[in-house]
Design a binder for this molecule. Structure first.
Ligand SMILES: Cc1cc2nc3c(=O)[nH]c(=O)nc-3n(C[C@H](O)[C@H](O)[C@H](O)COP(=O)(O)OP(=O)(O)OC[C@H]3O[C@@H](n4cnc5c(N)ncnc54)[C@H](O)[C@@H]3O)c2cc1C
Length: 406
């Protein structure tokens, strides 16, 4: 079968890409190896900034709207902060992803679930380039699944961390790997009142990450994340975290972990008629661990670049990589510095969060997308130089501690 574009992976990045393409009249095949609705290890927190760059109404799958956070440091006493507007929407990935696939299909995309991509072949044109304008483009990419073989003029890999598209086409970015482990505490009659409007965030005792409590309709999602080298600590840390909040760690349901890839800036995410998006491109926000926001953004950007390729305006999907490097990566780079600082010295961060209403409001503006990380840095004036210096000291110390531990 022949399409204008194939999208591999129907998570938030893939379904956004497929819908954007289909809406503009392209013929699109969206493939996923799982049968939908499918779940995925994830806290299911969709920040307001993520939701606001999505043009599908997410209300039908939102289980709770959060406007406050309960912070703690190293499992110590907690303090609450509340905002007068929503900060994050809580959903479950089985529901969110099925909803977004439905929107892509509604826009005209063909969806085949339960079909795993096994191999990808990119056929160069007679001039040696991949893709390009004109009729020689037809069949530029061939994707083989366990159910059939499909060709297209553009291919978007939205198949998550370590996906087959990136591996097969040289578009797998260099990345630093984090990991997270999460489970579910069930409350069939509704979550406790003190968790209904708050998420819980605990910092300062996990290598590069944090612990969280995310309330849903009938359960709390409880999890911990850290750099990959500390993966072996996650189970005992999750048990400690549960103990701190009075949850029975032994009764956690659906315990599962997954990777969170953090892209090394500049590494390749597009080649010829192929681009990778979302987790496949390593576009996790290092400070928050959030991936859905960038999945939406990069899915749409790759679809726009594909539309230009299909229209013969460009020869390949390199404009997508340039757009990511110009618009998204600078944000992620600042986020990475702030994360490095937070992990280096969590107590001052928490002290400021607790005492300064202004700092809390800035944090809320970031989560709501009213402020970017770059705006935040600019607002710091000359202090931003201190951020650079201390972030690089923090990074060097972390790396030297890590190599000493090895
Ligand atoms: C424990 C944990 C908690 C998290 N919590 C949050 C959170 O609260 N908020 C947030 O914003 N982010 C969170 N994240 C990150 C977020 O889950 C990811 O960034 C997000 O899922 C990325 O979306 P995606 O579309 O790129 O990839 P995915 O959602 O991973 O989707 C990839 C899809 O590709 C399919 N696929 C893979 N290989 C193939 C193949 N060979 N053939 C066909 N299909 C294939 C898979 O079945 C899957 O459906 C969390 C991550 C983890 C691990």
């Amino acid at each position: 079968m022949r399409y204008d574009a194939i999208v591999v992976g129907a998570g938030p990045a893939g379904s956004t890409a497929a819908r954007t393409l289909a809406r503009e009249g392209a013929s699109v095949l969206l493939l996923d190896r799982a049968r939908f609705p499918r779940d995925k290890p994830c806290g299911g927190g969709v920040t307001v900034r993520a939701a606001s760059c999505q043009d599908v109404d997410l209300t039908p799958v939102v289980e709770r709207t959060i406007s406050g956070a309960r912070f703690s440091l190293q499992l110590g006493p907690a303090f609450d902060r509340r905002y007068d507007e929503p900060l994050t929407y809580m959903t479950q990935r089985s529901r969110l992803d099925a909803h977004l696939v439905e929107a892509a299909v509604g826009a005209g995309a063909a969806f085949r679930d339960g079909e795993s991509v096994r191999s990808v072949e990119v056929v160069a044109n007679s001039d040696g380039r991949c893709g390009g304008s004109g009729s020689s483009l037809a069949g530029a990419v061939t994707v083989r699944t366990d159910g059939g073989s499909y060709t297209a003029r553009a291919l978007i890999g939205a198949d998550g961390a370590n996906g087959v598209v990136g591996r097969a086409t040289g578009t797998r970015p260099l990345s630093e790997e984090a990991v997270a482990l999460e489970g579910k505490v069930s409350y069939p009659n509704g979550v406790p009142a003190d968790w209904q409007d708050f998420i819980g965030l605990d910092f300062g005792w996990l290598a590069g990450g944090y612990g969280w409590v995310f309330p849903k309709g009938d359960h709390l999602n409880v999890g911990v994340g850290a750099w990959k080298y500390a993966a072996f600590t996650l189970r005992p840390k999750l048990a400690e975290f549960c103990y701190r909040y009075g949850f029975d760690a032994g009764a956690l349901e659906n315990l599962r972990g997954h990777h969170l890839p953090v892209r090394v800036p500049g590494s390749r995410i597009a080649r010829g008629p192929v681009a990778v998006v979302g987790d496949a491109a390593g576009l996790i926000d290092p400070l928050t661990g959030e991936g859905i926001h960038m999945a939406f953004m990069s899915g749409r950007m790759a679809a726009c670049a594909s539309l230009r390729l299909l229209a013969g305006e460009t020869d390949d999907l390199s404009p997508y990589q340039r757009a990511v490097d110009r618009r998204l990566q600078p944000e992620l780079t600042v986020s990475r510095k702030l994360q490095e600082l937070l992990q280096f010295a969590p107590p001052p961060y928490m002290a400021v969060m607790r005492r300064s209403g202004k700092f809390w409001r800035l944090f809320c503006h970031l989560i709501r997308g009213e402020l970017t990380y770059l705006d935040f840095l600019r607002m710091m004036g000359p202090l931003r130089l201190a951020v650079d210096v201390f972030a690089s000291i923090a990074r060097r110390r972390r790396l030297s501690r890590l190599s000493a531990a090895r």
